[in-house]
Design a protein around this ligand. Sequence first.
Ligand code: 13P
Length: 137
Amino acid sequence: MNIAFIAHDKKKDDLVKFAIAYEEVLKDHRLYSTGTTGKRIMAETKLDIHRFKSGPLGGDQQIGSMIAENDMDLVIFFKDPLTAQPHEPDITALIRLCDVYTIPLATNMATAEILLSGLQRGEFTWREIEKEQGNDT
Ligand SMILES: O=C(CO)COP(=O)(O)O
């Protein structure tokens, strides 16, 4: 499974804690992130993450591009709902693409916990089938 991690600055500590808690599960998957988020996670775990550009410099769009190519299976995006972001249109576009392509998206820790529990239980096999069948409209 290809999994993307993104966190706004005030949520990065939470995402690092989350990645530490689920490191054993995550290490068996291909991981991607926006620039600074990935740097933080890699500094505090042994996880290997392909880092795209920082969010404000196009990282959200690069992850969006993987979604459009049916190459992303799960997005964990700890959004900061209380701080304006200069690249808000990119954030909206990324969330929109998750809905266009029916990609599971967690925008907070509570949802992320449930998705990772589902991942541990093997409940994401439908994504492999989607990819095999090339259901990318
Ligand atoms: O801004 C972001 C997502 O919109 C995150 O980018 P960074 O991980 O580079 O801070």
